[in-house]
Design a protein around this ligand. Structure first.
Ligand SMILES: Nc1nc2c(c(=O)[nH]1)N[C@H]1C(S)=C(S)[C@@H](COP(=O)(O)OP(=O)(O)OC[C@H]3O[C@@H](n4cnc5c(=O)[nH]c(N)nc54)[C@H](O)[C@@H]3O)O[C@H]1N2
Ligand SMILES: Nc1nc2c(c(=O)[nH]1)N[C@H]1C(S)=C(S)[C@@H](COP(=O)(O)OP(=O)(O)OC[C@H]3O[C@@H](n4cnc5c(=O)[nH]c(N)nc54)[C@H](O)[C@@H]3O)O[C@H]1N2
Ligand code: SF4
Ligand SMILES: [Mo]
Length: 748
C-alpha cells in the first residue's frame, strides 16, 4: 500500500484552513485539519473534508463537452477549442465585440488560475461587456471604499483578536466562516472578545448561529441598517462623542457628515429599524466608549436597498470613533503577495466616476464598468442594436445566483454562443455550446489571492497539486486561448505561452515605472529573466511575493521572501498580525479619508423617503448554511444529508397570521414570481421577516448533478425582482423583498 500525506490549504472559503490529506493508491482516504498550519492552527469545517469526494465526483467533468443535437458529448480538447473559437468568432464577426460578454462567478477568488488570469483575459481579449457575482455581493463596499479610501478593494476589516467591542451587521460567520474578514474560526474569536471582558452585538433580522458566540442580538428590519447607522452618527455628534484620535488631520468631510446626520435622530429611525431609540443611543455610546471597537458589515448590509449608504456608514463610524487603522479596530490587511486586483486602475487616475454610460435596455448606470447582473437577462432577450448574443461564463452559475433567475433561465437558451468554464453541467452550463472544465482542487496548485487583503494577519500558504495532470490545459491557459480567439487568432495560431509572456512582460514593465512600487526605477529586462521559468500563475505569484512588503525585491532585500520559501514551509508562513498602514493605503485625490463623498451622501434623500414608508407585511431575506457553498456543493452527499435545509423560516406569529403550519408547503409570492417551499416555524426570525437560503433549485432540465437533483430545493432568486437594486452601486437587493405567503394549493 502506498500511503502519502499531503499538506494543503482548503480553497473553499475565506477561512483558508490548512488540511492534511491522506492518499492511498491514488485515492483520498482521509482529510483532517493540519494542526501545524501557522494560520488556521487545526481549525476546519465539514466542507473541507469533502475535497476528496469532489475530486472523485462521477458528475465532475474531466474532459470538455460540446452540445450535439441537444446532448452533451465528450470531445478532445482540440475539438472543444475549435467549437469555442467558431462560436465566439461567429458572434464577434457578425455582431461586433459588444455582443460578446463575460460573466465571472465567485470561485474566481478561490482558484489560483482564475484569480490571476481574469485581468489578462480582460486586458488581452478586448471584451468590454462584463457581468459578475460582484453585483449581488460587495459592489456597495467597493463603491464606498473607492470613494473613501481611493481603491475599490481598499476595504478595512475587524482586527478581531485585539478588539473589545464588535458590532456584526448582516453577517453570519457561523455559516459563512467570514467574508471580507479572513480569519479561521471567526465565531471562536468572537467568543473570545466576550471572554476577555468585551462585547459582541449581532444586528440581524434573524437570531443566527453567530448570536450564540455574541453577547446580544438586536433584530433589525431588513434594509434599514443605513438609517440605524446614521442615527448612531447623529448621537456621536449630539453627545460630543466624536474622537478622530490618531486620524486627526487625515480626514475630510467631518463637518459635512455632522450636518447631514442632524435630521436622523434615533427617534426618527427607531420605528423603521424596529429598534428602540434608547437602544440606538446606547449602542453609539458603547462604540464610542470602547477602547478598541469596530463595526463590521457584510452581505446583509450590501445586498439590500441601501447597500452603499450602509457600507459607507460602517466605515464612517469606525473613523468617527477613532477605530479605523488602530489595533483592535478596523484595519487594512497587509498581504505577503499582493493581488492584481489591488493595483491602481489608470481608468480612475483622476478619481472615481460612475454612471459614465447606461445599459441598453433598462438604462442602468455603469459602476466600475458593470451593470447589475440581472440586466444580463434582458440584454440577451431584447432584440436590437447592441443585443448580447454571446457569453462566456467563468466559474459562475447565474441561472441560480442572479436575481430574477426565472428570466435569465429563459434567456440563456437564446444565446448564439455560450462557452462555460465550469466543472459541472449545472443550471447555467447546461445551456452552453461547449463546457471547458477546470481541474479539481486537488489537481492544481493553490495560494489564496485577494483574500489576504482583508486577513487578520500577514500570512500565506502554498500548496502544490496532489494529483498533477499534465495532459490537460490548465484554466489559465484556457483563458488565454479564449482571449486569443477574441483577438482574432485561430486555434492553430493561438499560443497561450506567448500570450502569457506578453501579459507578464507588460505587467513588469508597467510596474517598474509605477511610483512607490518595490521595483520602481529598475529595468524590466533585468527582472524578467529572474522570474520563475514555468510561467503561468506560479510566475505571477512568485513575482507578487518578491515585490510585496516582505519580499526579496529581486535582490534589494536579500533576506526577503520568495515563493521558494513557501515551497519549503508546507504549514505556511505567518509574518504577524495587522499593522496600522493608512498612510500607505490611502489613494484618494486629496490624500485624506473622504468621510462624506458627495456621490454617496446625495443618496441620503432616498433613505429619508424610506423612513416614512408604509412597512410591507412580510420581508424576505436570504441565508447561508455551513454545509453549502452558494449553488455548487449540493452534489456532495455528506453535505446534503439529513433534513431538508431549503425551508422558509417563519416566526410563529406570522405563521398563525397566515395560517401556515410547520412542515407544510407554502406559496411565497413577490413582484418577480412565486415558488413553493416547506415552512419551518422558528422564533429565530424577527416577526415580519421570513428567510430562504439561496443556491438551490436544482430541478432544471439537462443538468448532470445527480445528488443535487435529489435535494433540489427551490431557487429564491425567482422571487428577487431584477430592478430592486441599491441605486448608486447597482448592487442587487436580495434582502428585504416584500412577499406574501399562503398555504400552497395541493398538487398531484
Ligand atoms: N438570493 C441570493 N442570491 C445570491 C446571494 C444571496 O445571499 N442571496 N449571494 C450572492 C453572492 S455573495 C455570490 S458570490 C453569488 C455567487 O454566484 P456564482 O458565482 O454565479 O454562483 P456559484 O454558485 O458560486 O457558482 C460557482 C460556479 O463555479 C463552478 N466552479 C467551482 N469551482 C470551480 C473551479 O475551480 N473552476 C471553474 N471553472 N468552475 C468552478 C461551479 O460548478 C459553479 O457553477 O451568489 C449571489 N446570489
Ligand atoms: N457555508 C457557506 N459559506 C459561505 C458561502 C456559502 O454559500 N456557504 N458563501 C460565501 C460567499 S460568496 C459570501 S459573499 C459570504 C457571505 O458571508 P456573510 O455575509 O456572513 O453571509 P450570510 O451567512 O448570508 O449572512 C448574512 C446575514 O445577513 C442577514 N440579513 C439579511 N438582510 C439584512 C439586513 O437588511 N440587515 C442586516 N443587518 N442583516 C440582514 C441575514 O439574516 C444573514 O444572517 O459567505 C461565503 N461563505
Ligand atoms: S472553513 Fe471549511 S470551507 Fe472554509 S476554508 Fe476552512 S475547511 Fe474550507
Ligand atoms: Mo459572495
Amino acid at each position: 500500500m502506498s500511503e502519502t500525506t499531503h499538506i494543503r490549504t482548503c480553497p473553499l472559503c475565506e477561512a483558508m484552513c490548512g488540511l492534511k490529506v491522506t492518499v492511498e493508491n491514488e485515492r483520498v482516504t482521509k482529510i483532517v485539519p493540519d494542526d501545524e498550519d501557522v494560520w488556521s492552527k487545526g481549525y476546519i469545517c465539514p466542507k473541507g473534508t469533502t475535497l476528496g469526494y469532489m475530486h472523485e465526483d462521477p458528475d465532475r467533468l474531466r474532459a470538455p463537452v460540446v452540445k450535439r443535437d441537444g446532448e452533451f458529448v465528450e470531445v478532445s480538447w482540440d475539438e472543444a477549442l475549435r467549437v469555442a473559437h467558431d462560436k465566439i468568432r461567429g458572434v464577434i464577426d457578425t455582431h461586433g465585440m459588444d455582443a460578446m460578454g463575460i460573466y465571472y462567478g465567485n470561485p474566481i477568488a478561490h482558484n489560483i488560475s482564475l484569480a490571476k488570469y481574469v485581468a489578462p483575459l480582460v486586458a488581452l481579449s478586448g471584451l468590454t461587456v462584463g457581468y459578475s457575482a460582484g453585483t449581488v455581493d460587495q459592489w456597495p463596499k467597493n463603491v464606498s471604499a473607492a470613494l473613501m479610501f481611493g481603491g475599490m478593494w481598499t476595504i478595512p476589516t475587524v482586527d478581531l483578536d485585539r478588539s473589545d467591542f464588535v458590532i456584526v451587521m448582516g453577517a453570519n460567520p457561523h455559516a459563512s466562516q467570514g467574508s471580507l474578514l479572513a480569519a479561521p474560526d471567526v465565531c471562536g474569536r468572537l467568543r473570545e472578545v466576550g471572554k476577555r471582558g468585551g462585547k459582541v452585538v449581532v444586528i440581524d433580522p434573524r437570531r443566527t448561529g453567530t448570536v450564540k458566540y455574541a453577547d446580544e442580538w438586536l433584530p433589525i428590519r431588513p434594509g434599514t441598517d443605513a438609517a440605524l447607522l446614521m442615527a448612531m452618527v447623529n448621537v456621536l455628534f449630539a453627545e460630543d462623542l466624536v474622537d478622530l484620535a490618531h486620524l486627526e488631520g487625515k480626514v475630510n468631510g467631518v463637518d459635512d457628515i455632522e450636518n447631514l446626520c442632524k435630521p436622523f435622530t434615533p427617534e426618527l429611525v427607531a420605528e423603521s429599524c424596529a429598534i428602540p431609540a434608547d437602544r440606538i443611543r446606547e449602542l453609539a455610546r458603547e462604540l464610542a466608549a470602547a477602547e478598541r471597537g469596530a463595526v463590521y458589515g457584510r452581505i446583509g448590509t450590501c445586498n439590500q436597498e441601501f447597500g452603499t449608504l450602509a457600507s459607507w456608514l460602517v466605515d464612517a463610524l469606525n473613523v468617527l470613533t477613532g477605530n479605523l487603522d488602530r489595533e483592535g479596530g478596523s484595519m487594512f490587511g497587509n498581504p505577503i503577495a499582493w493581488s492584481i486586483t489591488m493595483l491602481p486602475n489608470p481608468e480612475y487616475e483622476n478619481g472615481f466616476e460612475f454612471g459614465r454610460y447606461k445599459s441598453r435596455v433598462r438604462g442602468a448606470p455603469e459602476v466600475f464598468g458593470q451593470f447589475p447582473v440581472s440586466c444580463m437577462a434582458e440584454e440577451i432577450a431584447t432584440p436590437g442594436e447592441g443585443q448580447l448574443k454571446g457569453l462566456m461564463t467563468i466559474a459562475g452559475n447565474p441561472a441560480i445566483s442572479a436575481p430574477d433567475a426565472g428570466k435569465l433561465q429563459q434567456a440563456l437558451p437564446m444565446l448564439e454562443c455560450l462557452v462555460s468554464l465550469d466543472n459541472w453541467i449545472n443550471e447555467t452550463s447546461s445551456n452552453a455550446d461547449v463546457i471547458l472544465p477546470g481541474m479539481s482542487a486537488l489537481e492544481i496548485p493553490h495560494y489564496d489571492d485577494i483574500i489576504w487583503s482583508w486577513a487578520v494577519a500577514s500570512a500565506g500558504n502554498y500548496s502544490p497539486p496532489i494529483f498533477p495532470d499534465t495532459d490537460r490545459p490548465q484554466e489559465w491557459e484556457i483563458m488565454l486561448i479564449l482571449a486569443g480567439f477574441c483577438m482574432g487568432q485561430s486555434p492553430e495560431e493561438v499560443d497561450a505561452k506567448a500570450l502569457d509572456d506578453l501579459f507578464f512582460h507588460g505587467l513588469v514593465d508597467a510596474l517598474t515605472q509605477m511610483p512607490g512600487f518595490a521595483l520602481e526605477g529598475r529595468d524590466a529586462q533585468e527582472i524578467i529573466p529572474k522570474c520563475r521559468e514555468e510561467g503561468g500563475p506560479i510566475r505571477i505569484l512568485d513575482f507578487q511575493i518578491r515585490t510585496g512588503p516582505f519580499g526579496d525585491h529581486f535582490g534589494a532585500n536579500p533576506d526577503g521572501l520568495t515563493l521558494a520559501d513557501f515551497e519549503a514551509a508546507p504549514h505556511g508562513i505567518n509574518m504577524g498580525p495587522m499593522i496600522p498602514r493608512i498612510d500607505e493605503v490611502l489613494a484618494t485625490p486629496s490624500g485624506k479619508v473622504e468621510l462624506a463623498p458627495e456621490y454617496i451622501t446625495a443618496d441620503l434623500d432616498r433613505l429619508r423617503g424610506r423612513i416614512g414608508r408604509d412597512e410591507a407585511d412580510l420581508l424576505l431575506v436570504s441565508r447561508r448554511h455551513l454545509r453549502s457553498n452558494n449553488s455548487w456543493m449540493h452534489n456532495v452527499p455528506s453535505l446534503v444529508s439529513g433534513r431538508d435545509r431549503c425551508t422558509l423560516l417563519v416566526h410563529p406569529d406570522d405563521a398563525s397570521r397566515y395560517g401556515v403550519a410547520d412542515g407544510a408547503k407554502v406559496e411565497v409570492r413577490s413582484e418577480a414570481g412565486a415558488i413553493v417551499a416547506p415552512v419551518e416555524i422558528s422564533d429565530e426570525m424577527m416577526p415580519g421577516v421570513v428567510s430562504l437560503p439561496h443556491g438551490w433549485g436544482h430541478d432544471t432540465p439537462g443538468i448532470r448533478v445527480a445528488v443535487a437533483r435529489e435535494h433540489a430545493g427551490v431557487n429564491n432568486n425567482i422571487l428577487a425582482p431584477g430592478e430592486f437594486v441599491d441605486e448608486i452601486s447597482g448592487n442587487q437587493a436580495v434582502n428585504g423583498i416584500p412577499v406574501t405567503i399562503a398555504p400552497a394549493p395541493a398538487t398531484g
